[in-house]
Design a protein around this ligand. Structure first.
Ligand SMILES: Nc1ncnc2c1ncn2[C@@H]1O[C@H](COP(=O)(O)OP(=O)(O)OP(=O)(O)O)[C@@H](O)[C@H]1O
Ligand SMILES: [Mg+2]
Length: 367
């Protein structure tokens, strides 16, 4: 097991700089998730750590050892890809043991490791089957098994679940977490699915266009997004963003917009308050509460609006309603049937609003 550190990592492909000077410190035993939109450089970063790609600049250390010039197989890492590419003509047992056989381990040692991996992944009763006789989830487990038998110091996962259907993905998510708890091996996991990132990570690293926008524990990133990009990327449905101007009010501050009364907020939470400053107010759907549903906010901005659209999810209903010149998404807990066009009262939880500079998108939060 080992920590991983990346310093000033740059990767250039032709004329395109796809990784633009990334620093990452990953503690031993940590489960970190690299997340970000397609093409932002996640796989490239992972492949450089794995040794499948050379950095254009920067240093990679695994367990304190500089590995820039160490070939992939000697880095103590094992990678699991989206396409798990099992050998179709081999049984599960042979697939699991193949790399060890190539590495000329003793047969008894191969058997021990294959049995161990099969037990962890509950593949014991499938060992004599071929991949074509397995479900997608079982195949994915074999792919993970091939990584486990190598007893790596670090697991690298590149979107290992994206070929699975939603239900299986949820189940496998839990299995990978359990695997991590059991083995304690450092994991670097790449996904563009923010739900996967939130649920699996000890620490999320959010990338955009070759740079890290923010890194931190999932709740931290959710509660305190550093900028508009992270705010919109993390959380589902996405945070509502409303253009507004700051106004000084009697004994406080508010954010106003031509079509809505000012939302009063606690000025202590934000820096850079100036009369007339253009901002974006961020409100998560759960912080716009239909009156009478869920917890009534202590500091509430009330508005009335007709419901434009509903999405029934069973345990909750999402309501799209006009507010401040936009349509905002609200979450209705313990839902009742709602008619389109029905007028309802909504309470914006003013203690939980976010605020971003309208130009730079940076958060104005103090901490
Ligand atoms: N071998 C390569 N040669 C040239 N360009 C490449 C190569 N590999 C990746 N790129 C480019 O580098 C950028 C980052 O690619 P990368 O695969 O790291 O993105 P990603 O974040 O993993 O995206 P996705 O979520 O779609 O997998 C992309 O613009 C891609 O086209
Ligand atoms: Mg990728």
């Amino acid at each position: 097991m080992a920590d991983v550190s990346v310093r000033e990592l740059v990767k250039v492909f032709g004329r395109q700089i796809v990784v633009k000077g990334i620093d990452l410190d990953i503690e031993d035993h940590a489960f970190i998730v690299l997340v970000g939109p397609s093409g932002c450089g996640k796989s490239t970063t992972l492949r450089i750590i794995a040794g499948l790609e050379n950095p254009s600049h920067g240093e990679i250390r695994i367990g304190g050892r500089l590995v820039n010039d160490v070939p992939s197989r000697d880095r103590g890492v094992a990678m699991v890809f989206q396409s798990y590419a099992l050998y179709p003509h081999m049984t599960v047992r042979e697939n699991l043991g193949f790399a060890l056989k190539v590495a000329k381990l003793r047969a008894a040692e191969i058997d021990r490791r294959v049995a161990h991996a099969a037990a962890i992944l509950q593949l014991e009763s499938y060992l004599d089957r071929r991949p074509s006789q397995l479900s997608g989830g079982q195949r994915q487990r074999v792919a993970m098994g091939r990584a486990i038998v190598r007893e790596p110091q670090v697991f690298l996962f590149d979107e290992p679940l994206s070929n699975l259907d939603a239900k299986l993905r949820n189940a496998m998510r839990l299995e990978i977490k359990r695997l991590h708890q059991r083995l304690g091996t450092t994991i670097i996991y790449v996904t563009h699915d923010q739900v996967e990132a939130m649920t699996m990570a000890d620490r999320i690293v959010i990338m955009r266009d070759g740079v890290i926008e923010q890194a931190g524990p999932p709740l931290d990133v959710f509660e305190r997004p550093a900028n508009r990009f992270v705010a919109e990327f993390i959380g589902s449905p996405a945070m509502n963003l409303l253009p507004a101007r700051l106004v000084r009010l009697d004994g406080g501050w508010g954010a106003a917009n031509p079509s809505e009364a000012p939302i009063r907020f606690d000025a202590e939470r934000f820096a850079g308050l100036e009369d007339g400053r253009g901002v974006l107010i961020g409100v998560r759907p759960e912080d716009i509460v239909p009156e009478g549903h869920g917890v009534t906010p202590r500091a509430a901005h009330r508005f009335e609006a007709p419901v434009a659209l509903t999405e029934l999810l069973g345990n909750e209903t999402l309501l799209l309603v006009p507010f401040a010149g936009r349509e905002v998404m609200c979450r209705m807990q313990q839902p009742r049937p709602v008619q389109i066009g029905e007028r309802m009262n909504f309470l914006v939880n003013a203690d939980r609003i976010h605020m971003f500079d309208e130009e730079s998108g940076r958060s104005l939060r103090r901490h």
